[in-house]
Design a protein around this ligand. Structure first.
Ligand SMILES: CCCCCCCCCCCCCC(=O)SCCNC(=O)CCNC(=O)[C@H](O)C(C)(C)COP(=O)(O)OP(=O)(O)OC[C@H]1O[C@@H](n2cnc3c(N)ncnc32)[C@H](O)[C@@H]1OP(=O)(O)O
Ligand SMILES: [Mg+2]
Length: 263
């Protein structure tokens, strides 16, 4: 159960005991708590826990770090260093491949977030794992959602991350600049790929958010806001849980079939 998992991970809940579905809420209601509480409630309904963990694909995990700024949820994103062999310069979430010492996807996401942006694991309130995605190298990529402190200051590791920026979560259902691209998966089937252009006032520049990263950000916004986006998505929004799982299962099956036929 998600609640049991939270109890197991008390160490990751430094953002305030009694706020995460707990019973001790005697402290005054801090700004943003209503927004967070609503998000927690929605996210827990979508927690897949370890249901997809045993699929026979190499594993990776990303952290979808949420924070409240001026009363609105924001997501932390990174730009990958130009020195990296894979996807240099692309926008992605902190994350990476699983290592043997990781107990689960949550461990992977927290370890990678610490390495890449200096986020201490005990400063993350882990909420849930969402339906995984599959990247172009056929890694099973699990998104782990967590709240981080609103005033978090990233210390990017320049070997892996060149920039860190924040986007209001709402942008991923009501973007100003968006286009839909068609993407051929490794199994040859076509899928919709979202591409957002976000102008960041802080950096005075635009960032392009697309591919798997955009896929996770859109799903997170759909889960939390429960609203129809201003663009088309591949899900039945009236049955988001089952349609997102079916979407993944179909993708996985097409990749699995292709792997078998190549043997
Ligand atoms: C349901 C399904 C899905 C649907 C999809 C619909 C849309 C379809 C879209 C699908 C399109 C899919 C395609 C698109 O979306 S392309 C579109 C935009 N890009 C993205 O969305 C990014 C997606 N990818 C990722 O998020 C990451 O690549 C993942 C999480 C998958 C893996 O994580 P990552 O790649 O970050 O792994 P890492 O952090 O372990 O390691 C990174 C590298 O860094 C090296 N390193 C480590 N430490 C150090 C150090 N100190 N000093 C120097 N170097 C160091 C290390 O050796 C490694 O090197 P190498 O081994 O790679 O060479
Ligand atoms: Mg990484």
């Amino acid at each position: 159960m998600a609640a049991e998992r939270d109890e197991e991970r008390d160490g990751h809940r430094a953002l305030g005991p009694g706020t995460a579905g707990g019973s001790r809420r005697s402290a005054p209601f801090a700004p943003g708590q209503g927004v967070k509480e609503n998000a927690r409630r929605r996210l827990r309904e979508f927690d897949v826990r370890d249901r997809f963990s045993r699929l026979p694909l190499p594993k990776a995990a990303v952290l979808l770090p949420l924070m409240v700024r001026e009363g609105r949820l924001h997501l932390l994103l990174t730009v990958r260093s130009m020195q990296l062999r894979r996807s240099p310069g692309q926008v992605c979430f902190p994350g990476g491949k699983s290592e043997a010492s990781d107990k689960d996807e949550i461990d992977t996401a927290l370890r990678e977030a610490k390495e890449e942006v200096g986020l201490q694991p005990e400063k993350v309130e882990v909420i849930c794992r969402l339906v995984p995605g599959i990247d172009k190298m056929n890694h099973l990529v699990t998104p782990v959602v967590g709240f981080i402190e609103d005033a978090f200051q990233a210390t990017p590791n320049p070997d892996e991350v060149s920039e860190v920026f924040f986007v209001p979560l709402e942008y991923f259902i009501k973007p100003l600049k968006y286009k839909a691209l068609s993407y051929k998966t490794s199994s040859g089937s076509l899928t919709l790929m979202h591409c957002f252009i976000y102008y960041d006032q802080e950096h005075k520049k635009s960032f392009k958010i697309w591919g798997l990263t955009a896929h996770f950000a859109v799903f997170l916004a759909l889960v939390i806001f429960g609203e129809r986006p201003t663009f088309e998505v591949d899900y039945d929004l009236d049955n988001l849980i089952s349609s997102s799982e079916n979407y993944f299962i179909n993708l996985y099956a097409s990749i699995y079939e292709r792997k078998k036929s190549n043997l």
